[in-house]
Design a protein around this ligand. Structure first.
Ligand SMILES: [Fe+2]
Ligand SMILES: [Fe+2]
Length: 146
């Protein structure tokens, strides 16, 4: 892969967790992340940046709830551990959002944008990937899909 700027995420099939509705949500937050990071680099107004950041956070909250609902539905064994990670990420985002609203420098702002991106992408790669096969492995899946 050629060098893409560190603040841009590109969706590839390698990021697929094999559940189309979840992939769609991940694709959407990739777009929102890229929008936020582009706006930070373009020095958009504090108000515009705040709105873009809240778009990311609201979307992520909704997405985490959805994943946890699927974990419950499929009896995923990693449910609790994964849900705790979601909680930690949300808490971290709340802190970052407070910092972002304060009087911070341009480079601190860029750093926060990158951190948000890195936290989400690494969660996707390291944690979300573990539930890839939960639908197939589900003890509660009464009927075979094929
Ligand atoms: Fe996810
Ligand atoms: Fe997750």
């Amino acid at each position: 892969m050629n060098a893409t700027p560190p603040w841009t995420v590109t969706w590839t099939e390698e990021l697929s967790v094999g559940i189309p509705e979840i992939d769609d949500e991940h694709k959407r937050f990739v777009i929102l992340l890229n929008n936020l990071n582009a706006a930070i680099r373009e020095r958009a107004s504090a108000m515009a940046l705040e709105a873009l950041m809240q778009d990311v956070f609201a979307d992520v909250r909704e997405h985490f709830r959805h994943e946890e609902q699927l974990f419950a539905q499929y009896g995923y064994e990693g449910h609790d551990r994964h849900a705790r990670q979601h909680e930690q990420i949300i808490r971290k985002f709340e802190e970052m959002s407070d910092t972002f609203r304060g009087n911070i420098s341009e480079s601190e702002r860029i750093q926060i944008g990158l951190d948000i991106k890195n936290i989400l992408v690494s969660h996707l790669i390291n944690e979300d990937m573990k539930y890839r096969d939960m639908q197939r492995a589900s003890p509660t899946a009464g009927e075979e899909q094929e």
